[in-house]
Ligand binder design. Structure first.
Ligand code: BTN
Length: 331
């Protein structure tokens, strides 16, 4: 048995025992190891931040679990079909997307999730970086192997956005909005970013990585002063600390449910729900496409996720760009 599966078994025993106390002898029998080995496992759980009481002749009792991103903690109470069947948690990595892609290339199964406590080279959209300090936020990547055409893979960005919005609402009671194509906002400030990456051949997808970064407990002073967009976190918006473990479990369950919906009903229900979270529909917008600026009224999404903008010259389909509300016309 690996250290992490032994720890998971011990945590399971604590949670299943109504009195709370589990004897060292019982744990050693279940794990098939010596009492000294049990004591070592208890110490390693304490080192991770679990508060465990030891009472002579009664055994051990779990007093409090820390908010640590450990696979064994995240799996507790998580009921999913595909997404999160396997979870890899890391103290640090360059980018969870890069790590998940490497796993995808090596044949890892659909639904595999990679989470890091900190990223040293977190990737944002359009070659930008994603600020990823330790211990406060969520940096997560999901490996999917959908049977779709490569041109439809961008639909999955909207699936991630809807899953993040549902999770924010469920965990914090806040009302998130979305900005095409990949931002989730709170009070008009960016709280989460999505970066999907794909490996494909001409007419088939090998895998898609859903990369999701959510600012959960980051404080205002932790944001770099020169951010492209105003940013916020759930903690700033609610005034309270958000449990990363609870948020992550909620998010995995939502991605799993939406992926089932996507596979059974196609992209329309997901795209329609995304549009409900979008407060710019029907409003004047500008889309900065780097080489040109498109001005018009946001009319919604095409079935492949392209943005539809009603301009003076007709309906434009936009595939990439930064959207913002149009500034008020000068009087
Ligand atoms: C953006 O808004 O520019 C997209 C940001 C995506 C950040 C997440 S954090 C987890 C995953 N790993 C990465 O390197 N990037 C994504």
């Amino acid at each position: 048995m690996t250290t992490s599966s032994s720890r998971e078994t011990i945590l399971q025993l604590f949670r299943e025992t109504p009195s709370g106390f589990v004897s060292g002898e019982h744990i050693s029998k279940i794990l098939g190891v010596s009492r000294t080995a049990v004591w070592k496992q208890i110490s390693s759980l304490r080192d991770l931040g679990y508060q465990i009481e030891a009472a002579p002749s009664r055994g051990y009792r779990l007093l409090q679990s820390p908010d640590v991103m450990l696979a064994e903690e995240l799996r507790h109470g998580l009921s999913v079909q595909v997404v999160g069947r396997e979870i890899q948690t890391l103290a640090e990595t360059d980018s969870t997307n890069a790590r998940a892609s490497a796993l995808g290339d090596a044949g890892a199964p659909e639904g595999m999730v990679v989470i890091a406590d900190r990223q040293t080279a977190g990737k944002g959209r359009l070659g930008r970086s994603w600020v990823s300090p330790e211990g406060v936020n969520l940096y997560l990547s999901v490996l999917l192997r959908p049977q779709i055409l490569p041109m439809d893979a961008s639909q999955l960005t909207f699936l991630s956005a809807v899953a993040v919005c549902r999770s924010i609402a469920a965990v914090s009671g806040l009302q998130p909005t979305v900005k095409w194509p990949n931002d989730v906002l709170l009070s008009g400030r960016k709280a989460a970013g999505l970066l999907n990456e794909m490996s494909s051949e001409t007419d088939r997808v090998n895998y898609v990585i859903l990369g999701i970064g959510v600012n959960l407990n980051m404080q205002a002073e932790q944001f770099p002063s020169q951010l492209r967009y105003p940013a916020t976190s759930l903690a700033i918006e609610t005034g309270r600390r958000i449990s990363r473990v609870e948020f992550t479990r909620t998010l995995l369950a939502q991605i799993d449910a939406l992926y089932e919906l996507y596979k059974s009903h196609g992209p329309c229900p997901v795209l329609a729900e995304w549009e409900e979270y979008c407060d710019l529909t029907g409003k004047p917008i500008e889309v900065d496409c780097q080489s040109r600026l498109i001005r018009g009224v946001m009319s919604g999404l095409d079935t492949d996720g392209a943005l539809l903008v009603k301009t003076a010259d007709g309906l434009e389909r936009v595939l990439a760009g930064d959207v913002r509300p149009a500034p008020p016309a000068p009087r």
